[in-house]
Design a protein around this ligand. Structure first.
Ligand SMILES: Nc1ncnc2c1ncn2[C@@H]1O[C@H](COP(=O)(O)OP(=O)(O)OP(=O)(O)O)[C@@H](O)[C@H]1O
Length: 267
């Protein structure tokens, strides 16, 4: 259970979070969205109990796993030593965590010499050594390769059946993919707390790079080598791709040109 009541919090006397109230009881995935500097990490720090509010009330019942933005790893240790150290400190099963994050080949490497993604895997393995009641995950898939990121998201969905997971992200697609609730933070305030299914995005801008000129086939326009089409729902992209393939056109790339979160935050 997490409860914040009229919390102000920040750093060095400067208020960053203004009058934040939040009640979370139901096990589920809550995605915290917001622009850079909006206050997502600060909110997680308050929930984690690392940052004491200037005013208001914080109540949390249950054990907390916190995966911070800054990875906070002992850089001089090799991976195996670090995980053993964490398991001695926190308890838990090192081998399970090693397998979960595919760390077998990295065990004898010094943490300082790992790539960002590899460090992220070690840092996530640390919080999956044992079970917690509440998981606070600050951009957990950032720097993970797409396969690991997808496996990780599946694991989190499974976990959220009986745990509270609060997950910050910049990506509304990721939110839609796994989130049940969205907490939108803007300028240190919670401006929206709703079901993901209630979030309406006006339109998605999709860029298509293809073997032929698409001007006469689809309503849209060129921006560099991408042909831009506007769709109301991400699933419309499949229909468009199928249509183009039927016309014998080769598709090199389909990508999201603008994060729909921008629309959400601009009202
Ligand atoms: N340790 C700190 N000391 C002073 N100010 C800080 C500190 N950490 C964050 N801030 C400030 O607090 C504000 C909110 O930062 P926070 O990290 O919570 O944002 P965020 O939404 O997580 O951003 P991002 O998406 O960039 O991670 C920013 O203006 C930031 O400069």
């Amino acid at each position: 259970m997490i409860s914040l009541k009229e919390v102000d919090a920040g750093y060095g006397g400067k208020v960053i979070l203004h009058d934040i109230s939040l009640e979370i009881n139901e096990p589920s995935i809550y995605i915290v969205l917001g622009k850079n500097g909006a206050g997502k990490t600060t909110t997680l720090r308050v929930i984690a109990g690392i940052l004491k509010p200037f005013k208001g009330e914080r109540t949390v019942k249950g054990s907390i796993a916190y995966s911070s933005h800054s990875l906070a790893l002992p850089e001089e240790m090799i991976v195996k030593e670090a995980l053993t150290f964490f398991s001695q400190l926190l308890g838990g099963d090192v081998n399970k965590a090693i397998q979960m994050f595919k760390l077998q080949d990295l065990l004898d490497k010094k943490i300082a010499n790992l790539s960002e993604g590899q460090k992220k895997r070690v840092s996530l393995a640390k919080i999956f050594l044992k079970d917690y009641d509440i998981y606070l995950l600050d951009e957990p898939t950032n720097a993970l390769d797409p396969i690991l990121a997808s496996e990780f998201r599946n694991r989190i969905v499974e976990l959220s059946k009986n745990k509270i997971v609060i997950y910050t992200s910049h990506n509304l697609y990721e939110a839609r993919d796994i989130g049940k609730y969205v907490i939108l933070i803007d300028n240190g305030k919670i401006v929206k707390f709703s079901s993901v299914s209630d979030i309406k995005v006006k339109e998605y801008l999709i860029g298509i790079r293809a073997s032929k000129d698409l001007t006469n086939l689809l309503p849209g326009y060129y921006q560099g080598e991408y042909y831009i089409v506007k769709v109301k729902d991400p699933s419309d992209v499949n229909t468009i791709v199928e249509k183009l393939v039927k016309e014998g056109i080769q598709i090199y790339e389909v990508k999201e040109m603008k994060n729909p979160l921008e629309d959400l935050l601009s009202g």
